[in-house]
Design a protein around this ligand. Structure first.
Ligand SMILES: Cc1ncc(COP(=O)(O)O)c(C=O)c1O
Length: 441
């Protein structure tokens, strides 16, 4: 490998020292650590695309509310596990105004990031019925969710939705659900890593089949309102965030504050449990919990032993951000649109230099520009590509760890890349293309 922008010998040595035999199998945090070390050793700044850190300042509304709550002394008081009343109320309003879904505040429960919400949901949904002990992942997906089910020793199945878009989703989904072992199915929308956004028709299929086979829909809205093709900041008016929750009453939504509100550091998100699911009586729950009511099992049997609730001051912050958004005073979508704009420019740099977009279509439309995009280079496997890009000062993660069938692909996260780095990115991609173009047949 000649003429790489970053010192070849140092990069090679650091990769060896990391003992990551296959970089395409490394977790996001392992890649982060490796790149931190290469940056330290070489003094070169990487185009960091491996981790979905927001990259924008946190909402001032949240920070001010949190400071005020701390000054009032909330730090010394255990918060209610089910969440403070003002947060529950504003979360239910948020869901009504931005998703057009009615939920009782009782089912709006904070979690330590959406990450803990997912963990709690895997635990509780897999205990509802003896025969339903498996989670279905509509992949590609967020790798940590698989880590969670593995850690819990639970069963899971998956398929890559890219091959089953539109009406094709029905038969594929039904072929899995009709076996009767699936307790819940999880997908993110917009999707991490591909930025696919399910259409209303697809969400209806998911909802219909969830009802037919009594499966809980776990809808991960980590990027709520961030399908920038439509303006989704129209409180109380359409267009609304696309959601299966408008078509089924058997759901848990996970609304993260990490990306939409740039509040990742405070580790707070919301679990929104439909009224029907919250009140559902499942005698089999008694195997693990004191109560056979799902909502009680979730709050007092699952979240209590996990963390006994969520940081008190962070709950005040989120309540204030929801309230401001609900009242038309906090256009959070406008603040994060920058991600979509950067994605558009960056994708063009990649495609101008021989790369192609892997998940390139949303049914029949080009994929939207958002927080992530996926790319590959002709003639290189995902492992080869991710490894070689490190020598060119570019870091990302492999699609292999996301459950994707597209093992040629890489996920790029645009958030941490500054516009001032665009000339470096362009130069590095050009160099890469010069050194690899011969591989393209
Ligand atoms: C799809 C998806 N789900 C969940 C999370 C975790 O969100 P939180 O920071 O709220 O735990 C992320 C974070 O990147 C994500 O991309």
């Amino acid at each position: 490998m000649k003429g790489t922008p970053i010192n070849y010998g140092v990069v090679k040595r650091k990769i060896e020292e990391s003992r990551l035999t296959e970089i395409s199998k490394a977790s996001i945090r392992e890649i982060k650590k490796l790149i931190d070390e290469i940056e330290k050793a070489t003094g070169e700044k990487y185009i960091r695309m491996e981790m979905g850190i927001p990259g924008l300042p946190p909402s001032k509304i949240g920070v001010d509310a949190e400071i005020e709550a701390l000054k009032k002394g909330v730090a010394s008081i255990y918060p209610d596990i089910q969440g403070i009343p003002e947060l529950k109320k504003e979360a239910a309003r948020f869901v009504k105004l931005f998703l057009n879904v009615d939920v009782d505040p009782e089912g709006c429960i904070p979690s330590v990031g959406s990450m803990q919400g997912g963990f709690a949901a895997f635990i509780a949904t897999s205990r509802m019925y003896k025969e339903k002990d498996t989670t279905l992942f509509l992949d590609p997906g967020f790798p940590v969710h698989k880590q969670q089910v593995k850690l819990l020793g639970q069963k899971w199945e998956k398929f890559d939705v890219y091959d089953f878009r539109g009406e094709k989703l029905r038969d594929q989904l039904e072929s899995v659900l009709q076996k009767g072992n699936i307790a819940a199915m999880l997908y993110s929308n917009p999707n991490n890593p591909s930025w696919i956004c399910f259409t209303e028709d697809e969400l209806k299929i998911i909802a219909e089949l969830a009802d037919k086979y009594n499966v809980v829909v776990l809808e991960d809205l980590a990027y709520v309102a961030m399908d920038f093709r439509k303006d989704l900041y129209t409180p109380g008016k359409p267009p609304y965030q696309a959601t299966a929750a408008r078509y089924t009453d058997n759901f848990i939504l996970f609304i993260s504050s990490s990306k939409a509100f740039s509040y990742a550091g405070q580790r707070i998100g919301m679990m929104i449990i439909s009224d029907k699911l919250f009140n559902k009586k499942c005698p089999d729950l008694k195997r693990s919990y004191n109560s056979d009511i799902f909502g009680n099992a979730m709050i007092f049997g699952t979240l209590y032993p996990l963390s006994a609730g969520v940081t008190h001051s962070a709950q005040h912050a989120l309540a204030a951000m929801y309230k401001a958004a609900n009242e038309g005073n906090f256009n959070f979508v406008e603040e994060v649109k920058e991600y979509g704009e950067k994605a558009k420019i960056m994708k063009k740099m990649f495609t101008n230099n021989g790369f192609y977009i892997v998940y390139d279509k949303d049914v029949d439309q080009p994929i939207a520009d958002g927080f992530y995009f996926t790319f590959a280079y002709p003639g290189l496997s995902g492992e080869e590509l991710i490894r070689e890009l490190i020598f060119y000062g570019i870091s990302a993660i492999s699609l292999e760890i996301t459950g994707s069938e597209r093992t040629d692909g890489i996920r790029a996260c645009v958030s941490l890349v500054q516009r001032s780095q665009f000339p470096d990115l362009e130069y590095r991609l050009k160099k890469f293309h010069e050194n690899h173009a011969a591989k393209i047949t």
